[in-house]
Design a protein around this ligand. Sequence first.
Ligand code: MG
Length: 391
Amino acid sequence: MSTAAVIVAAGSGLRAGGEQPKQYQLIGGQPVLHWTLDAFAKHPGILHVLPVIGEGHEELFARTINGVVTLPPVTGGSTRQDSCRLGLEALEAIRPTQVLIHDAARPFAAAEFISHVIAALAYHDAVIPALPVADTLKHAPGGLIKTTVDRSAMYAAQTPQGFHFDKILAAHRRAFAEGAGNLTDDAAVAEFAGISVAVIAGRRENRKLTTAEDISEADRFLARQFSRELTDVVTGQGIDVHAFEPGDHVILCGVAIPHPARLKGHSDADAPMHALTDAILGAIGEGDIGTHFPPSEAKWKGAASRIFLEKAVHLVAQRGGRIAHADITILCEAPKIAPHIAAMKAVLAPLLGLPLKRIAIKATTTEGLGFTGRSEGLAAFATVTVRLPEP
Ligand code: MG
């Protein structure tokens, strides 16, 4: 018995405003889709998570993963139904016994709620969570009420919807072959194929984020949750220095800045990113960059420093913690840092899982004094605040 999950994230979802589809907008410092994938990937009853993404969203998706382990994403179709079918087709090689199909825009599916859906599949071929409809329903074509609908047997469907894999794949193939293309959820595809679908209790908190209001409410919800659950607040500092050598650019916080010298080092010598990484490692008592990435190992030669930072962030996540704030100061006579601060923050925000306003980057000269004053090298300092669960 094995269960897989298909996460449908192919929509262009611009109703929530902004320039990005809603599943890539940030809540709690991470894209909505990150939370959704994480909920399924860490569930002990789910063996594989298959994301179905929109065409051209590959790069957005790559930045969303942030340590969550999934199967390689599949590109979806022009409708939700098509995307689900393509996701199921991609799972055929693995052939799980059962599959849950879930909307990317529902990031708050709790572990025991997912377990309920899986458990119900022991008794049913297909099962969906749904909420009873509380409001009186009016059938009003053209804006004039024709009838009041009896709501006593009416439910609003949620996801994850659970199915026996072979049956739902066959149902999708049949709907596709017969041109039935207006089915708005997978339960409707099952109904179309004559599979009986059971309803179990849905959850209010498993809401679908649709509007800009939903996104900001979800962001506030996560912020309240972090401050309630992550009450152990720790601080770390990091310092790094690299010398200049002949070259044509420096890399600072992942941004290449033209300069008549470059920074000398084993990796890409991104001093502020190294200081930041050491600050995070310091906050959680995990040694320093050298502990995790010994410079004696040839494989780190020329490495992009983001892999060091990603490792430190991952160690925080493993403890159930989150980075709450980062403050970086760069010491040099040149290049001028200010014009590049916005670009640096844009690199760091998704890596740290932080909103831009929680990252500070400052620069100062040393008035011509010392090694930085003589432009022999560049120094960087970082202070990081991390929130952890109560020990
Ligand atoms: Mg360094």
